[in-house]
Ligand binder design. Sequence first.
Ligand code: GNR
Ligand code: NI
Length: 174
Amino acid sequence: MALLPIITAPDPRLKTVASRVDAVDDDIRRLMDDMLETMYAAPGVGLAAPQVGISKRVIVVDVARTGDAPEPMQMANPEIIEASSERSTVEEGCLSLPEHFAEVKRPERVRIRYLDRENEIRERDMDGFLATCIQHEMDHLDGILFVDHISGLKRGMIMRKLTKLKKQDVKAGA
Ligand code: GNR
Ligand code: NI
């Protein structure tokens, strides 16, 4: 197991459409395990492979409350096959947009089809915070960040702050 460095915006790797996985093999399983370890350490409730610089359609999620038993989920090639017309608004954050939060409106319920860590095709219905997180992770696979769902004004404010932060880090040699 290994901790992977998380990429922060702005970065072209966060804007790239990731490639489908041919099959979930030992290499993909290792990536899934490293991503879960990285996500728990961050800490976060989800992580997509492009956030660690790997342009593959792999995501991990665990929305169990702290103190409850962990509920790790590892998925390759996730697809939304049904979405409710009902929407819910949730305040989102992102490990690639550190310390910024905004309300995002998404379908309240989704049915997802994906490959599990045994390379089996699965389908699962999700709602509430899990549905929000899965959609947030799947967006990363298409180069979309939560700020792409909010007003250009708010997005501009957040991206300008992150750009400044990066320039300061470069100067400081971070
Ligand atoms: O840790 C995370 N919290 C979160 C909160 C609300 C909606 C989505 C998320 S996902 C985020 C981790 C992350 O950046 N995943 O891509
Ligand atoms: Ni994110």
